[in-house]
Design a protein around this ligand. Structure first.
Ligand code: NAP
Length: 264
């Protein structure tokens, strides 16, 4: 069976890589793209590196009326990505979502709808397999090292901070970590924000610079020792294996899963 796929955000860096991955997989068929401009154009007209004449839609309702598909990939921005994912589920498509920045409430709502409709869906803050392992290893380490800080580094076009990966790492760490506040009890900031964001006593620092792609270090401090768990994505290609795995997995799932680790 060929999996019919729609990609939202095809001109973005992740979206273009996803379009390329889908077009190069014999078992997948790209049936349309959802863009915020270029209504009525075709893929080859908006991205000349491709020869395919796949239709581009800007109107979501029209897209779902015209096009039959199995899987909806969203690689856009949080505000529209949530609306897209909701509409995809309501139209019987299985979402694979890389867009970061959804709130807990939004994820909860999407989970509820996917369950009601018995539709598979995956939202993954990070589709790179190495990053998922970095999160899992951090969870293991947090049992023994409750003093931990996260430094995440991304390109300067990223709009949300901290990254979805950092938030997910924090959730995993807090699920096993003995709660404690870190640093000196009397510490104070000379410049506001110097100690980064803080959640349950864990500090998170977000670096945004041109040249970076997606990088994270989780640093654990103990008596006379330091453990650093680090992952680097040097190119958007690093996320494509995880998206490919997720497309196959959502076809068998009957609910929404949050995090690639649940299907590895
Ligand atoms: P990007 O290059 O800025 O691409 C975002 C794309 O979304 C742009 O092409 C933008 O169009 C498009 N867009 C904005 N509003 C839209 C709308 N209403 N309808 C359709 N498309 C719309 O960013 P990126 O690096 O590709 O990242 C995309 C998303 O994936 C971000 O949320 C990022 O955090 C996330 N991400 C996830 C992973 C993961 O593994 N889960 C990895 C990397 C990135 P314009 O060009 O017209 O603005």
């Amino acid at each position: 069976m060929t999996v019919k796929i729609i990609v939202a955000g095809p001109r973005g860096k992740m979206g273009t890589s996803a379009v390329n991955m889908v077009l190069n997989n014999d078992k997948f068929e790209l049936v349309a793209c959802l863009d915020q401009k270029n209504e009525g154009k075709t893929l080859n007209q908006i991205l000349p590196q491709f020869i395919e004449t796949i239709p581009i839609y800007t109107n979501m309702e029209k897209l779902f009326n015209d096009i039959e598909a199995d899987v909806f990939i969203d690689l856009t921005i949080p505000e529209v990505g949530y609306k897209h994912t909701l509409a995809a589920l309501e139209n019987g498509l299985r979402p694979v979502v890389g867009t970061s920045g959804f709130s807990e409430e939004q994820i909860k709502n999407l989970k509820k709808i996917a369950k009601e409709k018995e539709l598979g869906a995956i939202i993954a803050p990070n589709f790179a397999v190495g990053a998922v392992l970095m999160m899992e290893f951090s969870k293991q380490a947090a049992k023994y090292f409750p003093d931990v800080e996260i430094i995440e580094k991304h390109h300067d076009n990223k709009v949300d901070a901290p990254s979805g990966t950092a938030v997910k790492t924090l959730e995993l760490i807090n699920s096993v970590r003995t709660k404690k506040s870190q640093g000196h009890p009397d510490e104070f900031e000379i410049i506001e924000g110097a100690r980064g964001a803080e959640s349950n006593g864990v500090h998170i620092h977000s670096v945004r610079l041109p040249g970076l792609v997606a990088h994270q270090e989780v640093i654990f401090g103990g008596k006379s020792q330091l453990l650093t768990i680090k992952h680097d994505s040097f190119d958007r290609e690093s996320f494509m294996d995880g998206i490919e795995l997720s497309i196959n997995a959502v076809l068998d799932l009957k609910e929404l899963v949050y995090g690639l680790e649940h299907i590895l």
